[in-house]
Design a protein around this ligand. Structure first.
Ligand code: DLL
Length: 431
């Protein structure tokens, strides 16, 4: 099948072309880092790695990892590989505690970024006649400007409405005939709730969502409340923002822009590279960044890589939806629990709304996980036996999926917080 791609020459290379291109770019990136950044120069010489030692892309395993902690130790510009006069823009991670991670882009990095994200937006179905409302917060966060320039590059009309002020967002959607939404899944869910309740007629057809996880069940809910088709888009500040990978219309994994990013999967506990097809922590190396190159960055995100051809005709490998972050994983009485597993169970019940909170406490050295979830209909609160039956059913289903007991609390409709950016559903009171 010939693929309808934004950049067919790049997106339909054969596997051997992709791999030889990655090898050549990797060697160049290593030389570039050693020459242009003192931190890399020191790390590479300590590891005794030079580009001529790299004979295949798997030799990347000889390079040390970079972690979030290394970012903090080099704040703010320690990993910049160009002087400030060549840095055109700065973004920063949305870190809630301490100092953020600061990312610098040269003019060429910005072009590459728009190209990478444009490919993914196009793969998700964005076209030049679309009107896209960008409901990510504009600012240091990479989401808004990342999608903004990519969609302009496709030729779509961009409405930089930013996040928040939801009534106005919906008014603009109605008045402008907006066809595309860019936001986090939780904000899309929130917008959908209001649109549904008020019976507002909008023309949205496509949602390019990302920046946080979204189970297939939650995605179905968003799609039916807004009447849209949704694709999932992945990236992170340290890798330049969105544009690392994203779903095509087949939605069988997120295509990685492999000519810009080299991905590995490691065992998060040992750091060992895992065999192809294994699930583990994603490690990414940028292949042509000038301002802020990253050699083997440990993302903390848990996924799996798939290299089989995709029905869409694109040949770039795909990554599974992110299962969770290794640091978001809850350890409850020794059992690993991903919030996405809980979300999948909750979303199978029509009696509850897709708004939940996970509260973890500890008493007598034992952890307790409370799953608070909103009822869809307040009337159920008056029917004690039905309420208890529902609670028990959710408890039992969660137990069979997670292997642990939880406390299920059914709360009134609209009593839990709504989110305009990334949702914060975990309240860990153990520490
Ligand atoms: O969230 C960049 C981005 C913006 C991606 C817009 C997609 C769309 P950070 O704020 O640095 O950057 O957060 C990065 O968010 O390590 C993941 O844990 C999580 N994340 C990002 N995209 C997804 C996704 C942006 N599609 C962190 N699914 C990453 C699940 C995601 N988690």
């Amino acid at each position: 099948m010939s693929a309808d791609c934004f950049n067919p020459a790049a997106e339909t290379m054969s596997r051997s072309e992709i791999e030889s291109l990655q090898l050549a770019k990797l060697k160049k990136e290593i030389d570039y880092c050693a020459e242009n950044n003192a931190e890399y120069s020191r790390r590479l010489s300590e590891a005794e790695v030079t580009s001529d030692k790299i004979k295949s892309v798997s030799d990347i395993k000889h390079l040390p990892f970079i972690t979030k902690k290394d970012m903090h130790g080099t704040y703010p510009f320690g990993f910049f590989a160009q002087p400030m006069k060549r840095i055109t823009r700065i973004h920063a991670s949305s870190g809630t505690t301490g100092k953020p991670t600061v990312i610098g882009y040269t003019a060429r990095d910005l072009e590459d970024w728009a190209e990478c994200m444009a490919r993914l937006a196009y793969a998700g179905g964005a076209r030049e006649d679309d009107i896209f409302q960008i409901c990510f917060g504009y600012g240091l966060f990479t989401g808004a400007l990342g999608l903004h320039y990519a969609l302009e590059k496709i030729g779509a009309t961009v409405v930089p409405s930013s996040s928040g002020n939801t009534q106005k967002q919906i008014m603009l959607m109605e008045d402008f005939g907006t066809t595309g939404l860019v936001s986090t899944p939780s904000y899309a869910e929130y917008i959908g709730e209001i649109v549904r309740e008020k019976g507002i007629n909008i023309k949205l057809r496509l949602g390019l969502l990302g920046s946080e996880g979204c189970t297939p069940e939650m995605r179905n809910h968003i799609e039916s409340s807004l009447g849209i088709f949704v694709t999932d888009n992945y990236g992170m500040s340290e890798l330049g923002g969105p544009g690392v990978s994203g779903e095509c219309e087949i939605r069988d994994g997120m295509h990685i822009n492999e000519d810009h990013f080299l991905c590995e999967i490691i065992d998060p506990a040992t750091g060992e590279v895992l065999p192809e097809g294994s699930q583990g922590e994603l490690v990414v190396t940028t292949l042509q960044k000038e301002g802020f190159p990253m050699l083997r960055y440990r993302t903390g995100d848990i996924t799996r890589l798939v290299k089989d051809p995709c029905k869409c005709g694109r040949t770039f490998a795909r990554m599974d939806k992110i299962k969770g972050r290794s640091d978001d994983m809850l350890k409850i009485r020794g059992v690993n629990v991903f919030p996405s597993q809980i979300e999948s169970v909750l979303m199978t019940y029509t009696q509850i709304a897709p708004h939940y909170q996970l509260v973890v406490t500890r008493s007598n050295y034992s952890d307790r996980l409370e799953v608070r979830v909103e009822l869809a209909d307040v009337a159920l609160l008056e029917n004690f036996s039905k309420l208890e039956e529902l609670k028990l059913s959710i408890h039992d289903k969660l137990k069979s999926v997670l292997g642990i007991d939880t406390t299920v609390s059914l709360v009134e409709p609209k009593s839990l917080q709504r989110f305009e950016g990334k949702a914060k559903r975990i309240v860990d009171l153990r520490h």
